[in-house]
Write a protein that binds this ligand. Structure first.
Ligand code: HEM
Length: 474
């Protein structure tokens, strides 16, 4: 009584082809099976949900809040239940609550963070001004550094220069990781028994697991040093950042599975820190790269953004949150970037933590539940021009912003909805407006830029490397 579908070939299941996008693959299956269906990838039974209202219902179901046991999910938590992104049960509830509370205290979505984001945005545009103006240039790792600095400041009251060796190495490691996660490592995720039977040389060298282990250990060592520094300088009456809050909470709590891994190490500290970095840096950086690409491809929309900015923001200061109400067209452009780029086309995978009855179907415990976010973003039932870059999708008849549209779920929905959504929206707005206030973005002469992507990117969709020309506006 599972939703209609097939388990495909023995052992293999119905693996998606890497030559078409995951959304196209599911779109083809939906034509035969309907809006909710079953498939199988290797050892994992998967229920695929393609309709916005069904996704909303599924992701609010209390027993569809687990995560599948994927090698790449669990690697950073040493295969234990820790942190927020990959955890479940009481560890997840407590850690999510903790993180939300302290991100809010630190000003997420409010004006308290604005200064530090503006400082990073200014540093970034100055850097672009010095190095990229007037010639074809790649929007490179400096974007990541500026964004990671925001997370560092919230977590550890630290920031680095854009050229800082530690920072550049850290950002390069994260990019490396994303590429490996989306490469052949997929095989280990879908056939977890491969870890036991593959010769370690294949696992380490061919599938590149050794790079993942090395990066994890290097990043965790960096975190450990920061935690140790904080322990040495903690003033309980004056917590400075998330790490201080974690230290204070740990001192006051008895729950054994909370904020300390079973072996008493700082695993959960490191997992929470790691989650903030992995969820909060590549996502923003890649969306900014998408924004730049869409602006270069749509000069008339970019000109409208420039006009709005020039009418509202004096040239001698950066755009601020106070201007936002008068810059609703700009916000609509950013929401449209999120829709058309569909950064996480299949959101993050959920799993059932008990046998579930859903929409009249039985879904056994341990089944993966997958939401096709991109299919909703391209559904003509929700969007007037699904395949076009059309900011008016997010404006009502009077030109006012309508950001809560049915069919829009870049940050997912329900109980595990992105925990950093307000921070993300604030960063995207402040970075994008700072860049667009200073520059006009154009394709290099004679080049036709494309938004085509590599179809094998399933979890995190980035544009193919491109160059643009920045022209100074002021
Ligand atoms: C453009 C930026 C971003 C996008 C598109 C995005 C998208 C998402 C999506 C699709 C999920 C999966 C939710 C689910 O499992 O149903 C998620 C989860 C999460 N995001 Fe974001 N995110 C962004 C930025 C951020 C930022 C800045 C942070 C904060 C530091 C953050 C922290 C998290 C965390 C901790 C989770 C896991 C939530 C949980 O498992 O309970 N994200 N995000």
């Amino acid at each position: 009584r599972m939703p209609p579908g097939s388990f495909g070939w023995p052992i293999l299941g119905e693996l998606p082809s890497r030559s078409i996008s995951i959304t196209e693959h599911f779109f083809n299956l939906r034509k035969k099976r309907g809006p909710i269906f079953t498939t199988k990838w290797g050892s994992h039974r998967i229920v695929v949900v393609t309709d916005y209202n069904l996704i909303k219902k599924a992701f609010n179901h209390p027993d569809i809040q687990g995560r599948p046991a994927f090698f790449t999910f669990d690697l950073f938590t040493h295969f234990k239940n820790a942190g927020v992104i990959g955890s479940h049960g009481s560890v997840w509830t407590e850690n999510r609550r903790f993180m939300l509370r302290h991100l809010r205290d630190l000003g997420m979505g409010k004006t308290a963070l604005e200064d530090s984001i503006q400082q990073e945005a200014e540093m970034l545009v100055d850097h672009l001004d010095k190095t990229c103006v007037g010639k074809p240039a790649v929007m490179d790792v400096f974007f990541n550094c500026a964004v990671v600095n925001i997370i560092w400041q919230m977590l550890a009251s630290k920031r680095y220069g854009l050229n800082d060796e530690v920072m550049v190495r850290y950002c390069t490691r994260i990019e490396e990781e994303m590429a490996i996660f989306q490469g052949p490592m997929f095989l280990v995720d879908v056939f977890p028994w491969l870890v036991k039977v593959l010769p370690s040389i294949i696992l380490n060298k061919v599938l590149q697991a050794e790079i993942l282990y090395r990066n994890r250990d290097e990043i965790h060592l960096m975190f450990k040093q920061v935690i140790d520094d904080h322990m040495a300088t903690l003033d309980p009456n004056n917590p400075r950042d998330v790490i201080d809050q974690l230290l204070l909470e740990r001192a006051h709590r008895d729950a054994p599975d909370y904020l300390t891994a079973e072996d008493g190490s700082e695993l959960d500290f490191k997992s929470i820190m790691g989650n903030m970095f992995s969820a909060g840096s590549e996502t923003i950086t890649t969306t900014l790269r998408w924004m730049i690409l869409y602006m270069a491809i749509n000069p008339e929309i970019q000109a409208k953004v420039h006009k709005c900015l020039d009418e509202v923001v004096p040239k001698d200061r950066l755009p601020s949150l106070n201007d936002r109400n008068q810059l609703q067209y700009v916000d609509a452009v950013l929401l449209e970037v999120l829709r058309v780029s569909s950064l996480t086309p299949i959101s993050l995978l959920h799993a059932t933590t008990a046998d579930v009855t859903f929409e009249g179907y039985d879904i056994p415990k341990g089944t993966v539940v997958l939401a096709c976010a991109e299919m909703c973003h391209r559904d003509p039932a929700h969007w007037k021009h699904p395949d076009k870059f059309y900011p008016e999708h997010f404006l009502d008849n009077e030109g006012k912003l309508d950001g809560k549209k049915e069919g829009f779920l870049p940050f997912s929905i329900g109980r595990r909805q992105c925990l950093g959504e307000s921070l993300a929206r604030m960063e995207l707005y402040l970075f994008s407006t700072a860049i667009l206030q200073r520059f006009t973005i154009e394709p290099p002469e004679g080049v036709v830029l494309s938004t085509e992507t590599d179809p094998s990117q399933m979890q995190h969709r980035a544009p193919k490397p491109y160059e643009v020309v920045l022209k100074r506006r002021m």
